[in-house]
Design a protein. Structure first.
Length: 1135
């Protein structure tokens, strides 16, 4: 079938498909899917027709497309890895040589002549060529040779440039001379010849491109040397391109130039860009440059039409946009450039029609048009803001509408779903510009209101009312964008405190939301609009009220925000009745809920904002009770009574406050006000228990929730007078404990009674005004609780335990802060701890017994510092208590940890743990006796050894190691008290660590050998480094002899015992000792000498490896390889 007929059929199908979408028969998603499928079908038919018919069989056989092979990461062979390593060694060695050589050469750069400077650059290029020759001819490494050839070739133009830079060719052919363009031409000849030779010899496409670029640059400089006008220069470039193409046609069939002719087609396209760049850098005329860009764009469009290369449209688009920018910004078109930019974006979409849709590039040019129009919108908008200070403009208005029409057209052509939304945004921009022009004489219409009106007009004009069938495609987008703009305007009005404008905007949004609920087909938006109508209406009333607050300070201080929100809530509540009357029952229900939310805000403001506290605040709260109670009767849910109860509580305090403003109350009555509030709530709960269970439960919960808070407040504010509130609390909690049946509630109320009892004891002791008894509230209260547990039933005994243990623990902490903490408070604290421990052991809570023991440790520390004890007495006290605790732990518990079926029956020896803490604290006491310095460490080491049989067998050796290792501490403490000669001081300090690692390996008996070997290596290395540092610090011959002797002993021991660590560390230290002793001989060489040596070593190693590879390839073996294999085999047998 003819391609033109098939294309015509495709257009008819697409037109009918989009007609079905516009008339509402098909959705947007279905149309998009069918359009893509038909396009793929069309392209498949074109590919089948383009294939030549088969000569063997006329029946076409459709073969399945072969699966696309997955990319497999290339794995380097050992030979390739070795060659890569050799290459890197060569590169690093050459870099080192260059750096060292350049430093030697350039250390006197300023004193060098210009000829020497250029000669240095030439020598570098020749050096690269020489290394390339060496690596290719001798070492046979092709990649490295090619890399050095490229480096040397890149230095050629740099060398020629240096000749002109330093003026070695005379002032005429210098960079600043009149013959600089001729210098560029002559400088291109040598690289052309060299690049051509390398391209032929190496068969390299890279050097072919180097040759082509050098020819283009030389030609451009040659034309520039004649100082032609821009049009003749452009003509010369076109003649050059023509000659270039002619030569290509003459040589393309010759085999010797095949490499060059193969790269000509892609290069000639790049050459057009190079010609444009030459004109840009060599001439400076924006208008002519713009025409040149437009002409180049047309050339690329023609090339696309002739050659069929679709990718040229990218270059065409970029050239046309940049050329238009240059033309508009530097000509008379600048005054209405915004319209021209918009027209250019619109015109791009019709380019495929001008080419008869030959390449099916409709989609591509549509996207290009969209991008250009979007960039034009951004550019002209920023230009309007920055240059015109945001003033409205007819030109901008027309440009915005042109861009909107463009995107409406693109949307009608079945492009992306984004385009209708962009169309709506651009249409809104045009509408806003129109409103700004119309409202310019009226100062009261500010930006936010203009923006809101623009969004509403877009929403109503294009989203609700269908003005034309052509804009139906953007109807949904106009609704979405219009609402978004209105919301944005509202946010801006809030940020700028424009209250009456905000009220108007919210009323407009109410109208829009109502229309959205009626017209919108998307369910979630319908629901959102339905829920937002009452809230927006109420907030509009609040906004108008805020305008009154701003202008009348008396209204703000007397009524304020609370009345505004209350008015809004009542208005919404009244509207709920109206909605139900007109048949909008769902909207009426939502209005009821919204009015409750708004009134909640009114209550918050009544409590927190300025208001008349005498009658306005109580009135607002009383109305709040009625509002919430009405809601409870309407909906009947269980959570609403909680809000009612909280409102009652707030009203109680508000009324009490109003009473106190008129009447004065006694101190005792004031102390009962807060706690009575909770009692009132509980009393209301008790009275409503039979009439309304939900209401009773809510009041009970609120009462019990606030009761601890108000009791704490009463105790904090009224101190001794709070005893009456706590006495009442004991009875309230006891009454609640008796009548409740839920276990956790019984515990809460029981513990509340105990806590209230504590505060009764505390405030009672404070009233006695006796400081001696005033510090022991906790022990007394614990005694009362134990007395209750003694007479209580078994279930109450279990409940009491969960309170008594933490309460007593906290009580012990508070007894610790008694001041002065002398012998009597210390003994009372110890007795309190012993009693708590005995009770915990009786109820089998041994795991928590460590907490009182830790507190006993803290109490002993406090007593040791505040009591009248000397240092020796303190050490004896801590040592004795530690030994006592250690003995108790040994007799009470057989194991350190005894696991039970549950955590409560698990036993832990806290006595032993705390005894370690007592022994460790002995270090804080200073004493002049040597045995006192070693005593804590000996006790701790002995304690570790005593625990060997109390832990599992696999951990027994660990405790042995810990006990032995901790003996280092008393050793060092004794050493610190003795006078050690400075020559042996470092050895005495570090050598015991070697003994320790030997002891550890003996204890482990071959277990964990890998870890112990690594640790042994680390210890030997660290000890060696410390001894070396000591020798360097003293720098005497005796230290060198001692260090050498120790290293020789380690080396001999490692050799006879076949231990690698001792042998290698000893050998290393011995060599390092020799190296350091000969430092004056080699330490004065310059740094570049080492750099040269390193470079030579790297190159030598790389060359040796290559030589060794060649020997191995020939089947020969070197003596170095044989020696290495023997040594490695013997070392593998060592430990």
């Amino acid at each position: 079938m003819d391609s033109n007929i098939r294309e015509e059929q495709r257009k008819i199908f697409r037109k009918e498909l989009f007609t079905l979408r516009e008339e509402g028969y098909l959705s947007e998603a279905i149309v998009d899917t069918v359009a893509r499928a038909h396009y793929q079908y069309h392209m498949d038919l074109l590919e089948l027709e383009a294939k030549p018919p088969s000569t063997e069989n006329n029946t076409p056989i459709k073969k399945a497309a072969p699966p696309k092979p997955q990319k497999v990461k290339k794995t380097l062979t050992p030979e390739e890895i070795r060659e890569r390593n050799i290459t890197w060694l060569l590169n690093i060695g050459v870099i080192f040589l260059l750096i060292g050589g350049l430093f030697v050469a350039t250390s006197n750069w300023e004193s060098m002549t210009s000829f020497m400077k250029s000669g240095s650059i030439a020598i570098v290029a020749l050096l690269f060529y020489g290394i390339a020759f060496l690596t290719k001819k001798i070492l046979k490494i092709e990649k490295t040779a090619f890399a050095f050839i490229v480096l040397g070739s890149l230095f050629l133009p740099i060398f020629i440039l240096s000749l002109g830079w330093f003026g070695l060719l005379g002032p005429y052919l210098s960079i600043s001379g009149e013959g600089r363009y001729l210098l560029g031409t002559l400088g291109s000849l040598l690289p052309i010849i060299v690049y051509y030779v390398f391209a032929k010899n190496l068969v390299s496409r890279l050097f072919v491109w180097f040759t082509y670029v050098s020819i283009s640059i030389g030609t451009a400089f040659l034309l520039a040397s004649f100082h032609l006008k821009i049009d003749f220069f452009y003509l010369g470039l076109m003649v050059f391109n023509a000659i270039f193409i002619f030569v290509y046609h003459q040589l393309k069939h010759k085999e010797s130039f095949k490499l060059f002719t193969y790269e000509f087609i892609p290069y000639v396209q790049v050459n057009l860009v190079l010609c444009t760049l030459f004109m840009l850098f060599l001439y400076d005329n924006e208008v002519l440059y713009s025409f040149n860009l437009l002409l180049t764009a047309i050339i690329y469009l023609s090339m696309m039409y002739v050659s069929g290369r679709k990718e040229y449209h990218f270059i065409f688009s970029a050239m046309i946009v940049y050329g238009a920018y240059q033309l508009i910004e530097h000509s008379f078109l600048d005054s209405f450039g915004a319209i021209v930019y918009a027209l250019i974006g619109f015109g791009i979409v019709f380019v495929p029609k001008a080419m008869d849709d030959k390449f099916t590039l409709n989609k591509v040019f549509q996207y290009t048009s969209a991008v250009i129009s979007g960039l034009a919108f951004i550019y002209i908008s920023l230009e309007g803001i920055l240059l015109r200070a945001g003033n409205p403009s007819i030109v901008l208005m027309i440009a915005y509408f042109i861009i909107a029409v463009n995107f409406i057209y693109l949307s009608s052509q079945g492009s992306r779903r984004l385009f209708p939304y962009l169309s709506a945004v651009f249409a809104a921009s045009g509408i806003y510009e129109t409103i700004a022009l119309v409202s310019q004489p009226f100062e009261m219409v500010n930006f936010s209101l203009q923006l809101s009106l623009a969004g509403f007009i877009l929403y109503f004009g294009l989203g609700i009312e269908l003005l034309s069938k052509y804009v139906k495609i953007i109807q949904t987008a106009s609704r979405d964008v219009g609402l978004s703009i209105m919301v944005l305007a509202i946010l801006s009005a809030i940020s700028w405190l424009l209250w009456w404008e905000l009220g108007v905007m919210l009323l407009l949004l109410v109208v829009a939301a109502f229309l959205l609920n009626k017209k919108e087909t998307r369910i979630y938006l319908q629901e959102a609009a339905l829920w937002s109508i009452p809230g927006l209406l109420g907030l509009s009333i609040v906004a108008f009220g805020e305008e009154i607050n701003t202008n009348f300070s008396v209204y703000l201080n007397e009524y304020g925000y609370a009345i505004n929100f209350a008015a809004g809530a009542i208005m919404v509540l009244l509207c709920s009745f109206v909605w139900k009357k007109v048949g909008e029952k769902e909207l009426g229900s939502i209005s009821l809920y919204t009015s409750q939310v708004l009134y909640t805000f009114a209550i918050f403001h009544a409590l927190l904002s300025p208001i008349n506290h005498l009658w306005v605040q109580p009135l607002v709260l009383l109305v709040g009770i009625a509002m919430y109670f009405y809601l409870y009767k309407k909906v009947g849910t269980k959570w609403v009574p909680f809000i009612v109860s909280i409102s009652v509580l707030l009203t109680y305090f508000s009324i009490i406050q109003a009473i106190t403003l008129k009447f004065s109350l006694s101190h005792t009555i004031n102390s009962l006000i807060a706690s009575t509030s909770a009692v009132v709530m509980l009393l209301i709960a008790y009275l409503n228990q039979k009439n309304d269970l939900n209401l009773s439960i809510a009041f009970a919960w609120v009462g019990h929730s606030i009761y601890p808070l108000v009791l704490f407040f009463t105790w904090f504010a009224y101190q001794t007078d709070s005893i009456y509130s706590f006495i009442l609390a004991v009875f309230v909690y006891a009454f609640s404990t008796k009548f409740t049946k839920v276990e956790w509630k019984i515990k809460v109320f029981l513990y509340g009674s105990f806590t209230s009892l504590y505060f009764i004891v505390s405030t009672g002791l404070d009233q006695l005004n006796n400081r001696y008894f005033g510090n022991y509230e906790f022990p007394i209260t614990s005694g009362f609780i134990l007395l209750f547990a003694f007479f209580a039933k078994d279930e109450f005994k279990k409940r009491t335990a969960y309170y008594f243990v933490p309460f007593s623990t906290i009580g012990i902490v508070f007894t610790l802060i008694t001041y002065p903490f002398d012998l009597l408070p210390y003994l009372v604290t110890l007795a309190y701890i012993v009693g708590t421990l005995f009770y915990m052991h009786k109820i089998k809570w041994d795991l928590l017994g460590v907490i009182p023991l830790l507190l006993a440790f803290i109490a002993t520390i406090e007593y040791s510092y505040l009591g009248e004890l000397d240092e020796l007495d303190k050490m004896i006290l801590f040592g004795g208590l530690g030994i006592v605790l250690l003995i108790i732990g040994q007799f009470v518990y057989k194991k350190l940890v005894e696991y039970g079926p549950n955590i409560q029956q698990t036993k832990f020896d806290g006595f032993t743990l705390v005894s370690f803490m007592f022994f460790a604290f002995m270090y804080s006491f200073e004493n002049q006796y040597i045995w006192c310095q070693a005593l804590p460490g000996l006790l701790i080491s002995a304690s570790f050894l005593l625990q060997r049989k109390r832990v599992p067998a696999r951990f027994s050796v660990l405790l042995t190691i810990l006990g032995g290792a901790y003996l280092l501490q008393p050793y060092y403490s004794i050493i610190a008290m003795l006078h050690i000669p400075s020559l042996w001081e470092r050895e005495v300090i570090v050598l015991p660590f070697i003994i320790l690692i030997i002891f550890i390996r003996r204890c482990l008996k071959g277990r964990y050998s890998d870890i112990t070997k690594a640790v042994q290596w680390g210890v030997l290395i660290i000890v060696s480094l410390l001894l070396i540092q000591d020798g360097l610090a003293s720098n005497t011959i005796y230290d060198a002899i001692i260090l050498g002797t120790l290293s020789l002993v380690a080396m001999m021991a490692g050799m006879f015992l076949q231990i690698k660590s001792y042998f290698f560390v000893g050998a290393g230290v011995l060599l390092l000792n020799v190296f350091l002793q000969t430092r004056p001989y080699w330490g004065n060489m310059p740094w570049w000498f080492y750099l040269l040596i390193a470079g030579l070593i790297l190159i030598t190693v790389a060359s040796f490896n290559e030589w060794n590879k060649q020997k191995v390839n020939k089947g020969e073996s070197t003596f170095i390889t044989s020696f290495k294999e023997k040594v490695v085999d013997k070392m593998k047998k060592w430990d």
